[in-house]
Design a protein around this ligand. Structure first.
Ligand code: ADP
Length: 456
C-alpha cells in the first residue's frame, strides 16, 4: 500500500516532468521556426545584394570577363554558397566548385551527413532594362547557418536542457515539501480516527490547516471525538445509575425482610406498608424505564389532532394547583383570552410533557415560591414558558438534565425521582417537532421554554 505522501509526490513530479518536457519541446519548435524564417529572409537579402553587386560590375566594365566579380568567391566559400556567372547567352563566364564547399570548416559544423541536395537559384542581371547576364547561387541546405547562428542555436538548446533539469530538481523538492505539508494533517486525522475506533476519546487534534477541506475534516473529527466521548460518558454513567437505582430499593427490601425473618424487626403493618411503598417506587422506576424504551425503540404511536394549547394547559394547571398549594407554592397561569393557541399533537403525550415539567417545578421549589405558566405566540410558534422560583440547576448539570437517569446532586440525595422525566419530555417533543430550551440559575429558579409549530 502506498502512503498519500508518496502518491502525491509521485503525481506532482510526473505532472511537472510532462509539463516541462512538453513546453520545452514547443518552445524549441517555435524558436527553431522563427529562427529559420529569420535566416531565410537574410538569404533573400543576400541574394539581392549579390545581384546588385554584379549589376554594378557590369555597369562599370560594360562586359563580362573571367575576373568579373571573382572577389565574391572568398565570401561564397566562407558563407557556404557557390556562384556561377553566365553571360546573356547563358554561357558560363566563371564558376565556383560546389564540392569545394564540403571541405570548408563551416560545412563540417553543420550536420555533414544530412548535407542535402545541392540546389541553385538563378537571377538575371539587368543593365538599361536589358538582361546582360545571369548569376546562379547554389547551396546544399535550404537554410544555411553561419557560425554565430549555429553557436546561438546550440546555446539555446544547452540552456533549455539546463533549465529543464533545474525545473525538474526544483519540482521534485517542492513536490516533496508540498506533499508533506498536505499529507501531514491527513495522516494525523487518519491516526486520530484509528484511535477513535479503538475507543480512545481523549487525544485532541492539536494542529490546524490553512486548507479549507482539511480544516473542516479536523473540526469534524474533533466534534465526532467529543460526541463519542460524551456518549461514552453517558453510557458509563447510565449503567452505574441503573444499577444504583435498582440496587437501593432492593437492598432496603432485602435488609428489612431478612430482619423480619430473623425476628429482629416485628412484621408490623406500618413496616409492611413502608416496604410496599418501596416496591411501588421500584415498580414506578421500571414503568418509567419501559416508557423510555418504547420511545427510544420508536414503538409509540401518536394520535395527532388539533389542540387548543391554552385549554390543555389551563386544565393541567388546575390539576397541579392543589398539589402546589399543599406545599405552599402559588401556580399562576397566564394566557390572553380570545387568542387561538392551536397546535397539532397527541393530547395524552403532551399532557405527560407538561405534568413532568410542572411536577419538577413543584418538587424543586421551596414553600412560599411561585410557578408562572405563560402562553404566547408569534407567526410560527406557540410558546409555553414554565418558570419557577425554585432551587435552580447547577451550570455543570444543565447540559445533562435531558439525559436518561440524570439527576442533579441535590435531587439525588434529597428529592425523590428517577431522572427519566425530562428524557421522556425530550423524546415526546422531538416527535412533535417542538423545541425545548432551559434557562436556570442556582438559587434563583428555572425556566423551561417550549416552542410548538403553530397551526391555523
Ligand atoms: P427527576 O425524576 O430527578 O426529576 P428529571 O429527568 O425530571 O428527573 O429531571 C432531571 C434533573 O433535572 C432533576 O434531577 C433535577 O436535578 C433537574 N431539574 C429538572 N427540573 C428542575 C427544576 N424545575 N428545578 C431544578 N432542577 C430541576
Amino acid at each position: 500500500m502506498q502512503s498519500i505522501r508518496k502518491r502525491l509526490s509521485l503525481v506532482l513530479v510526473l505532472c511537472t516532468i510532462v509539463t516541462v518536457v512538453l513546453s520545452t519541446f514547443f518552445v524549441n519548435h517555435a524558436v527553431d521556426n522563427t529562427f529559420n524564417k529569420y535566416i531565410a529572409s537574410n538569404q533573400i537579402k543576400r541574394n539581392q545584394r549579390i545581384v546588385d553587386y554584379f549589376q554594378q560590375i557590369y555597369k562599370r566594365d560594360k562586359r563580362w570577363t573571367k575576373n568579373s566579380g571573382v572577389e565574391m568567391q572568398h565570401e561564397g566559400y566562407m558563407s557556404n554558397y557557390c556562384l556561377t556567372l553566365f553571360d546573356e547567352n547563358k554561357r558560363e563566364v566563371w564558376g565556383m566548385n560546389p564540392d569545394e564547399l564540403k571541405n570548408m570548416p563551416m560545412f563540417s559544423k553543420q550536420d555533414a551527413n544530412s548535407a542535402g541536395e545541392y540546389k541553385t537559384n538563378t537571377f538575371s542581371i539587368k543593365y538599361d532594362n536589358k538582361v546582360v547576364g545571369y548569376i546562379s547561387i547554389g547551396q546544399y541546405q535550404p537554410v544555411f547557418l553561419s557560425e554565430q547562428d549555429i553557436d546561438f542555436k546550440s546555446s539555446i538548446n544547452r540552456n533549455m536542457v539546463v533549465s529543464v533539469l533545474i525545473a525538474i530538481c526544483i519540482s521534485i523538492f517542492l513536490s516533496i515539501l508540498f506533499s508533506k505539508q498536505l499529507s501531514y494533517p491527513i495522516k494525523k486525522v487518519s491516526e486520530a480516527s484509528v484511535r477513535l475506533s479503538r475507543g480512545d476519546y481523549e487525544a485532541k487534534l492539536k494542529f490546524n490547516s490553512s486548507v479549507l477541506e482539511i480544516k473542516n475534516l479536523i473540526n469534524s473529527i474533533d466534534i465526532l471525538r467529543e460526541k463519542l466521548k460524551y456518549q461514552d460518558d453517558i453510557r458509563k454513567r447510565l449503567v452505574s445509575d441503573i444499577s444504583h437505582e435498582l440496587r437501593t430499593p432492593l437492598n432496603i427490601l432485602q435488609n428489612n425482610l431478612e430482619a423480619m425473618i430473623d425476628g429482629i424487626f416485628p412484621a408490623t403493618t406500618d413496616r409492611l406498608n413502608a416496604l410496599n411503598d418501596e416496591v411501588i417506587r421500584f415498580g414506578g422506576l421500571i414503568d418509567n424505564l419501559n416508557i423510555l424504551k418504547e420511545f427510544e425503540s420508536k414503538e409509540v404511536i401518536l394520535n395527532f389532532e388539533k389542540i387548543p394549547l391554552d385549554e390543555l394547559m389551563y386544565n393541567i394547571c388546575e390539576e397541579i394547583k392543589s398539589h402546589a398549594k399543599s406545599k405552599g407554592i402559588d401556580l399562576i397561569f397566564n394566557a390572553a383570552v380570545g387568542e387561538k393557541y392551536l397546535i397539532s399533537g397527541d393530547t395524552d403525550k403532551l399532557k405527560q410533557v407538561f405534568i413532568n415539567i410542572l411536577s419538577n417545578s413543584v418538587k424543586f421549589t421551596l414553600p412560599g415560591g411561585k410557578i408562572y405558566v405563560n402562553l404566547s405566540f408569534d407567526r410560527q410558534y406557540v410558546i409555553v414558558s414554565i418558570k419557577d422560583s425554585g432551587i435552580g440547576i447547577k451550570k455543570e448539570d444543565l447540559p445533562f438534565i435531558f439525559e436518561r437517569l440524570y439527576r442533579g446532586d441535590k435531587s439525588r440525595n434529597e428529592v425523590e425521582g428517577s431522572g427519566i422525566g425530562l428524557t421522556i419530555v425530550k423524546d415526546i417533543l422531538i416527535l412533535h417537532s417542538a423545541i425545548i430550551d432551559v434557562k436556570s440559575e442556582e438559587g434563583k429558579g428555572t425556566c423551561f421554554i417550549l416552542n410548538f409549530n403553530r397551526v391555523k
